[in-house]
Design a protein around this ligand. Structure first.
Ligand code: EPU
Length: 321
């Protein structure tokens, strides 16, 4: 919907998704993709949830800045979609503009010595493999995290005792006004699974610094992490760990000890393999997952007095798919 607004000078301007659609469609390059009510479930690893009111795959940084600028002018809220791996979209979908950095322009990788510059849209797995190919150690743990570099930066994603910011040297990002800013690692505040900088910025690219090692040594470490993950985490569709670990504790172990593994609501189930995963066992809705999250939180609080906090980003409107 669009709304007519009279400006101070008396001119009539249009604001809203319809007028944003028209303007963006006209101004963006032919390489970008713009769609109304694009289904998003298939673009998330949990495979649930509604669509995007307006979906934009930016061909490059110019079109990304254009989209952010126009969204601001039209008063339309926006969010950036990575690989959809730590994301739970409610069944009513996402109002406003959803921007994907899935195009090739955002996945470039340039290696120089022990440094890798990588676009925010690149898959973490590809980054880890590229690092191994060049004998750069320290990024092996990223191989098993099913997300993009931008998503990993936003939440300081981690596994196997390492986190994304451990190896970060610097990054480039867009601020809310579409200006490119650069930050060194030391300038960024970061905590367990959170970097507040990304509450107001969109990651464009990052430089990671590793250490020179033999490819064989890196391969051994990667394989061992890979098999640990296959043994301890489910292979069904999931959003990764649903809850943050409370200080000094594994949320998965806690959920396991309370006896919640295997609990089912609709198509959603607490994994029997790892208690901190809710899997889509087939035909799950976002509402099923959300109800199950509440059941787990309630039961863990009753049994242990610990209130679990969700790690997964929950967005969108309630409703049916
Ligand atoms: N454990 C149980 N039962 C369970 C799950 C775990 O007893 O159902 C026990 C394990 O046997 C182990 C301990 O709890 O002794 C810790 O388990 P794990 O190594 O799986 O680590 P975690 O703390 O549960 C964290 C991250 C994972 C990451 C793993 C492996 C969080 C919330 N989770 O899990 O990250 O893959 O370590 O490094 O920080 C994610 O963030 O999405 C995620 C999956």
């Amino acid at each position: 919907m669009s709304v007519k607004i009279r400006t101070e000078e008396g001119a009539i301007t249009m604001r809203g998704v319809d007028s944003l659609y028209a303007d963006l469609n006209e101004a963006c390059s032919p390489g970008s993709l713009l769609r109304r009510w694009e289904p998003l479930a298939k673009r998330t690893t949990l495979r649930v949830g509604g669509g995007a009111e307006l979906y934009f795959e930016a061909a490059d940084e110019t079109d990304l800045r254009l989209a952010l600028g126009l969204a601001g002018e039209h008063g339309v809220p926006w969010m950036v979609l990575g690989r959809g791996s730590n994301l739970l979209i409610r069944d009513g979908g996402i109002r406003g503009l959803v921007i994907s950095l899935g195009r090739e322009a955002f996945s470039m990788m340039v290696v120089q010595g022990e440094r890798i510059a990588v676009g925010a849209g690149a898959r973490l797995k590809h980054l880890a493999v590229e690092a191994r190919r060049h004998g750069i150690a320290g990024l092996e743990f990223l191989e098993g995290i099913p997300g993009s570099v931008g998503g990993a930066l936003r939440m300081n994603a981690g596994a196997m005792g390492s986190a994304t910011f451990d190896r970060l040297e610097s990054l480039r990002a867009l601020d809310c006004n579409g200006h490119v800013v650069e930050r060194a690692r030391a300038e960024l505040e970061v905590t367990y699974r959170h970097c507040p900088f990304f509450d107001t910025h969109v990651a464009l690219s990052a430089v990671f610094l590793g250490e020179a090692r033999s490819k064989e040594e890196i391969e051994i470490r990667m394989k061992s992490m890979n098999s640990k993950r296959w043994e301890s985490q489910p292979s069904e569709p999931s959003a990764g760990c649903i809850f943050k670990n409370p200080a000094g504790m594994s949320a998965g172990r806690l959920i396991d000890e309370v006896g919640l593994k295997g609990t089912v609501i609709g198509g959603a189930r607490v994994s029997e393999i790892h208690g901190n995963f809710i899997v889509n066992a087939g035909g799950s809705t976002a509402a099923d997952v959300l109800k199950l999250i509440e059941v787990v939180r309630h039961r863990v609080f009753e049994a242990r007095g610990i209130l679990l906090e969700t790690e997964v980003l929950i967005v969108g409107e309630e409703g049916s798919v």
